[in-house]
Ligand binder design. Sequence first.
Ligand SMILES: NC(=O)c1ccc[n+]([C@@H]2O[C@H](COP(=O)([O-])OP(=O)(O)OC[C@H]3O[C@@H](n4cnc5c(N)ncnc54)[C@H](OP(=O)(O)O)[C@@H]3O)[C@@H](O)[C@H]2O)c1
Ligand SMILES: [Zn+2]
Length: 369
Amino acid sequence: MPEHPYVVLSCAVSLDGYLDDATPERLLLSNDADFDRVDALRASCDAILVGAGTVRADNPRLLVRSADRRAARVARGEPASPLRVVLSASGDLDRKAAVFTAAPPDSDPPDSDPPETVVFSGSLSDLLDDLAKRGVRRLMVEGGASVLTAFLAEDLADELQIATAPFLIGDPAAPRAFGPAQFAQSPGRRMILADSASLGDVGFARYLAARERSTDGDFLRLTIELSRSSPPSLRAYSVGAIVVDGDGEVISTGYSRELLRGLGDPDKNHAEEVALAKLTRGAAQPDPRLASATIYTSLEPCSPRASRPLSCTDHILAAGIPRVVLALREPALLAACDGADRLRAAGVEVVELPELAYLVRAVNDHLLQ
Ligand SMILES: NC(=O)c1ccc[n+]([C@@H]2O[C@H](COP(=O)([O-])OP(=O)(O)OC[C@H]3O[C@@H](n4cnc5c(N)ncnc54)[C@H](OP(=O)(O)O)[C@@H]3O)[C@@H](O)[C@H]2O)c1
Ligand SMILES: [Zn+2]
């Protein structure tokens, strides 16, 4: 049985947490910049899911809007738009709804057939099994309220991307994004803030689910997903790094080119460097948790480095971290890297999980195939 797809929940809310108002007209919460972010997220997924309530209320098309993004998907051998999935127990759906009939504009690329739409009525866990068998590795869930709540209540969401519109709705008859429910992501289990930004007047935040993740593979998978927050650069890798203490708690995160005051030109920031700088900056004593920590990094820590005097290998050794887990050795493309060998020679345990390397290659397909 293939692994469950990685599940990204996506929604826009008002400041008081509503997904919509109570009127039949569709309420616009996002702005153009945020719709473009959502479009990029759609283009990065293999399937997009909504509940039947959203089809009935909003009649969405669930297509990739940008012709460039559709063309890039086709160039990668993917359909122009992801598979569309509707959750419905009743089957009460208008087959003329846009989700079944709308196709990407047939001019570019020449893909005039409407992409396939699947209606699913079983449990969420069966749904994820079914999608995995269809080759879906990343699933985007775009709402509405009951579906978002169900994924969180069943602890099946890996990530939440949430846009906050700068106004209040205040009507208890309107749908709230989440709950009420018993959530796994309770105050005792905080999520990981992987990215945040202001997109015009809309606030954007990206959270990774802090599940009970005991395996190296789970943490490394999260780390690779984190690398997607890296601002794009054609001449540099997008890397993620997560530091986990001996109790399995995530204590720091970083990604390539992440902005961190005090580090200098953010374009030169490396993921491991940022994650460690957050823990060590300005501290009089080394953080005691580092002595039993593991740093997960999607790509081998750099050893020689042109842009700054200290490499990420140097930073890891200086921090006294005893364990490193990585997915992909750095190819001899931009530099000759021997970070893994240098770390091992210094007594650091280095675990390589090459079975996840294909995910790192997918994030870095501008440099690696
Ligand atoms: N702001 C945003 O980002 C955003 C995004 C999407 C939607 N929305 C808003 O959300 C509202 C709709 O939310 P909603 O809660 O009414 O609808 P919904 O969550 O989209 O859909 C609920 C329906 O999904 C089906 N369903 C849910 N869980 C299921 C399960 N485990 N198995 C099988 N089927 C399942 C059921 O369909 P059947 O009834 O057919 O059995 C259920 O009635 C609208 O106001 C819409 O505008 C906002
Ligand atoms: Zn580095």
